[in-house]
Structure formats: structure tokens, C-alpha cells
Write a protein that binds this ligand. Structure first.
Ligand code: ATP
Length: 540
């Protein structure tokens, strides 16, 4: 099965629209494509930028207590040692022994021990091979003792197996026959500077072999040597804000509580890249670290949870497709005193869009230990709870709303995608009901006939008028008017203005509303006001 054929039908349609209309392309497609990365085309880059600008405006420029910054993607490697990413950023990696799928154990479908686990392959031929494999696995000397003849095949499904102590199954075929879990560090490692770490690795391995070390020990040795000169691509933007906490605070003399926000690229060598741009190896994040007084984390967590809900809903995402899932005690990191995932109902089900966590003083403490620098804040007005005297020096606590920008683009696309059908049940149009501020173009200006120079000139002048008002407008004369409407419906352009002979005589135009296809004759000046109003209110 190809990657996209595994997706629900709706996702396949969205992926196809993204390519057809210039939103998202597979990276390096002419060389066979790179599964883990994507390129944003002319429509996609506008949509992504609009989404990120909305975030920046909401989180930074419309508030007095949050400031922005941009840290480098490559930071001192000790940042990642202190944060725990070098030692602990390990995903449990597993191989399915039936279909060979490699996946993350913590993301696999859960099953109860002993529950039936039907194994389903993409076609009968593969199912037959899988049946033989299952029987061979059950016949192996270290097998669990289940009888081989209890296995039956029904078309593409193998029946008769049950979940084992692992309590999860392969996300591809449902098999409970899995390799051991191995730790896999998701950070991309490189080396900085002109020295070649390979020479040192070879030397260390020579010594290791002479000492009779086994493969696992040799690997650890090589890793150790590589890490001496290694740098890492950041797997999150957050650490840049922790390590610059003091510079930001002191350069602005800003008082706690305050936040530092950053948007940008992050990189994770994901074991499973999935669902198009939902999980890729190169992606963009929008994160904010809100530094607050010790003890006030839970209060700010509630506050930011509400703010983030308002933001996602304000972009027009359907309320019943958004939910907040509180992390259970077993899911919480040991230092965290509360965490919510903002989940969106994607075509394959609810999945994470953003995490909002109260992280106590864990991060700043970790960097104090790692850097041996003090990252305290002194509040001259507050009473020190220990001494009762004025003036309190403390390590701020942190609440972090961490959202995916590229994942956000997918949520917005899924939410906006709609199909309409005529009375015969035939598909009549596909429309992206994007929030006007997110739409790549806010208005399309269409001369009815492209051969009529006067119409063309007038349409170009009207386009100019929008552009001068700072509104993204598209002059478009290709194809019939019906095809142009269809194209702009598919890229989510909220309004189309049609310029015809009447426009020349009385300066009125036909405005077509994307969502209900309503058409009205209005003065040109009114069109600029309508579009500007929609951008302000978000309503068409
Ligand atoms: P997941 O559980 O999906 O792997 P996470 O909990 O590891 O995500 P965080 O470290 O909290 O994610 O990162 C914050 C946000 O960054 C996520 O909510 C998600 O929107 C986005 N994100 C994380 N990993 C990826 C990825 N590989 N591709 C796209 N977006 C990602």
C-alpha cells in the first residue's frame, strides 16, 4: 500500500487538492520525493504565514506581557544535555515481525492483554505470506505456546492471535508479534567546524575491538566520540527561550509574570512520519514560555488554556472538533503539575494540535545546573515567603503553550474543506471555507472577457486599489468565469469581483460570496469596504 492510500478518503482528497492548487508539495518530488519533508507552494506559504502572523499578533503584539525572540536552530550542545534531550529524548522503537512496519511503541494502538488481535494486510497475497509468517513465529522454540492450528485466514485477515504482555499492536496490520523496544534518539546530529569526527571514531573502535567489546558497547563508544564534537538541530524552539531568559528579562527590565514567544523550524527524526504534514521530520512550531511566580503555575495554566481555546476557535475551527484533554497522572512528566493537549478531530480521529503545560521551575533549574549560571528573578515588591521580608529572589515557574504551525495548517485545511452536491447527488463544487484572514487571496478580480482591453484595464486598476490598501488581491483572466470561480473556491478566496461592461459605465461590480455563492451588484468602493470588514470581523 502506498503511504497516501492508507489515509482516510477525506485526507486523500485534501492531499490531492494541496498539490493541485499549490498549497503543499512533496519535498524533492522530481527525485522520487522525501517522505519526511514537505514544501509549501504559493498558496501554502501564504496560508502558513497568515496562520503564524495570527498567532504572533494574538500572543505577542496585542499584549504587553509577552515579547518575541528568535533563537538559532543550532545551539551549544550542552543546551540539549542540560534539557535532557541528549540523554532522554528517546522514543521506544519497535518493528512488526509480520509486516515489517517500524513504529513508536507509545503511539501504537492499545489492546488489553489476551484480547483478540486480527491481523489485516492490504491484499490476499500479502495476507497469505503473513499467515505463513505467523505460523512460523508460533512454531519457533521461544514462542508463547499458542497452537499453530488455531490460526485461520479469512481473505485479507488472519484470525486466532491474541495480545501479549506488551498491550499494543502494530498500527499497520494489527499484529501482536513485535520486536524488542529499542531506544531511538530523535535529534538530528551533525558536527560543527572543519574537524572530522570519523578519525576519532575509528581510533576508539580499534581500541574497543582490541579490548573485546561487543557490538552494543562499540556502538556506545562511537556515540560517545561523535557526541564530543556533535551539534544538534533543535527538536523544539522552547530551549532558546529558556537559555535567553535572563538576557531578555534584563534588557527590557520586564517584570514577572511575562512571556517570551518564538515561532520557527524544529527537526525530529521521527520513526513514523504520518498523515501528510501532521508529523514530518522538519516542521514549524509556535511556542511561548510564560514565566511566573512559584505557585502560580496552575492559575496561569487555566488562563492560557482559555486563551488558546479562544485563538483556535477565533480562526473558525469548528467547536465540536476541538477538545482539551487533561493529561492523567501517569502521562505527566515528573516535574509538571498540569498539562492539557488541545486536540482536533482530524479525518483519522482526535489528535494533538498543541500542548499546554505547567512546567514548574524544571527548565530554568536544569539550565542553572548545566551552565552554572544563576537564572533567578528578583522582585523587590514581593515579600519573601521564607523570611517574610520585602524582596523575593526566586527561580520563575513556567507555563508553556506549544503549538504546531504546520500541524495547524493541516487542521485549518481539514476544517475548511467542504464538498457540495447538486440535486442529482453529483459533486458540484469543492470549497475551502477558510477564515478570511487565513485565505491566501482575500479577493479575486476577474474581467468577464480577457480580450476586452477596457475590462482588463479596469480590472487591473481595481486590483491595484486593493493591493494599495494592503489587501492580497489576485487579478485573474485565465479560463471561463465558471472555472475561475471554481478555482478560487478551492483555494478559499472569500470574494470574487467580476468586471463587465456595466462596470465601465456605472463603476459597479458583481461580488460573489465564496460560502453561499450569493452574487450582488455593488459599487466598487463598497467592495473594498466589504473585504476590509470581513478581514476585521472574520465573517463573510
Ligand atoms: P507528538 O505526541 O504528536 O509527537 P509532542 O507531544 O512530542 O507531539 P511537543 O513536543 O509538545 O509535541 O511539541 C509541540 C507541538 O509541536 C505539538 O503539539 C505539535 O503540534 C508540534 N509537533 C511536534 N512534533 C511534530 C512533528 N514531527 N511534525 C509536525 N508537528 C509536530
Amino acid at each position: 500500500m502506498t503511504e497516501s492510500a492508507r489515509e482516510p478518503e477525506l485526507m486523500q482528497k485534501i492531499v490531492s487538492l494541496c498539490k493541485r492548487r499549490g498549497f503543499v508539495f512533496q519535498s524533492s518530488e522530481i527525485y522520487g520525493g522525501l517522505k519526511s519533508a514537505y514544501d509549501y507552494g504559493p498558496m501554502g506559504v501564504e496560508l502558513k504565514r497568515n496562520l503564524m502572523t495570527e498567532w504572533w499578533t494574538f500572543m505577542v503584539t496585542s499584549r504587553e506581557d509577552v515579547v518575541g525572540m528568535e533563537s538559532s536552530i543550532i545551539m551549544h550542545p550542552d543546551v540539549w544535555r542540560a534539557s535532557g534531550h541528549v540523554g532522554n529524548f528517546n522514543d521506544p522503537l519497535v518493528d512488526c515481525l509480520v509486516c515489517q512496519e517500524r513504529f513508536r511503541a507509545d503511539k501504537a494502538p492499545k489492546v488489553q492483554m489476551g484480547a483478540a488481535t486480527p491481523i489485516t494486510l492490504g491484499d490476499k497475497a500479502r495476507a497469505k505470506l503473513a499467515e505463513d509468517k505467523v505460523k512460523a513465529l508460533l512454531a519457533a522454540p521461544d514462542a508463547t505456546g499458542q497452537a499453530v492450528d488455531s490460526i485461520k485466514r479469512d481473505g485479507m485477515t488472519i484470525l486466532g492471535t491474541a495480545a501479549k504482555e506488551r498491550e499494543y499492536v502494530c498500527p499497520n496490520c494489527g499484529s501482536p508479534f513485535l520486536s524488542k523496544e529499542r531506544n531511538f534518539n530523535g535529534m538530528f546530529r551533525s558536527s560543527l567546524g572543519p574537524t572530522d569526527p570519523m578519525a576519532a571514531v575509528i581510533e576508539a573502535l580499534r581500541v574497543g575491538v582490541a579490548e573485546g567489546k561487543n557490538d552494543e558497547e562499540l556502538r556506545a563508544l562511537a556515540d560517545q566520540v561523535m557526541n564530543r564534537s556533535a551539534v544538534f538541530l533543535r527538536p523544539e524552539t522552547a530551549q532558546g527561550m529558556f537559555v535567553q531568559f535572563q538576557n531578555v528579562q534584563q534588557s527590557l527590565s520586564i517584570k514577572v509574570p511575562f512571556g517570551i514567544a518564538q515561532m520557527g523550524k524544529s527537526f525530529r527524526n521521527e520513526i513514523t512520519v504520518e498523515h501528510f504534514i501532521f508529523r514530518s521530520c522538519e516542521f514549524e512550531q509556535m511556542e511561548m514560555e510564560f514565566f511566573c511566580e512559584p505557585g502560580s503555575g496552575p492559575k496561569w495554566l487555566e488562563y492560557w488554556k482559555e486563551q488558546r481555546r479562544l485563538w483556535w476557535e477565533g480562526l473558525g475551527l469548528k467547536k465540536d472538533k476541538l477538545r482539551f484533554r487533561a493529561h492523567g497522572q501517569d502521562e505527566l512528566a515528573h516535574y509538571s503539575d498540569g498539562c492539557f493537549d488541545v486536540e482536533y478531530e482530524f479525518p483519522w480521529g482526535f489528535d494533538e494540535l498543541e500542548g499546554i503545560a505547567s512546567r514548574t521551575d524544571y527548565d530554568l533549574n536544569a539550565h542553572m545546573q548545566g551552565s552554572k549560571k544563576k537564572l533567578h528573578y528578583f522582585d523587590p515588591e514581593a515579600d519573601d515567603p521564607e523570611t517574610g521580608k520585602k524582596g523575593w529572589r526566586y527561580v520563575p515557574h513556567v507555563v508553556e503553550p506549544a503549538a504546531g504551525a504546520t500541524r495547524g495548517v493541516l487542521a485549518v485545511l481539514c476544517d475548511a474543506y467542504a464538498e457540495e452536491f447538486d440535486e442529482q447527488g453529483e459533486l458540484s463544487r469543492v470549497v475551502l471555507r477558510l477564515h478570511p484572514r487565513l485565505a491566501p487571496y482575500k479577493v479575486a478580480v476577474l474581467p468577464l472577457v480577457k480580450k476586452d482591453e477596457q475590462l482588463v484595464e479596469r480590472a487591473r486598476a481595481i486590483t491595484e486599489q486593493f493591493l494599495r490598501a494592503g489587501i492580497a488581491a489576485k487579478y485573474d483572466e485565465q479560463h471561463t468565469i465558471g472555472k475561475r470561480y471554481a478555482k478560487h473556491d478551492e483555494i478559499g478566496t472569500p470574494y470574487c469581483l467580476t468586471i463587465d461592461a456595466e462596470t465601465l459605465s456605472d463603476t459597479t461590480v458583481t461580488i460573489r460570496f465564496r460560502d453561499d455563492k450569493r452574487q450582488e451588484r455593488i459599487p466598487v468602493q463598497r467592495a473594498v469596504e466589504i473585504v476590509a470588514e470581513a478581514l476585521r470581523t472574520g465573517r463573510l
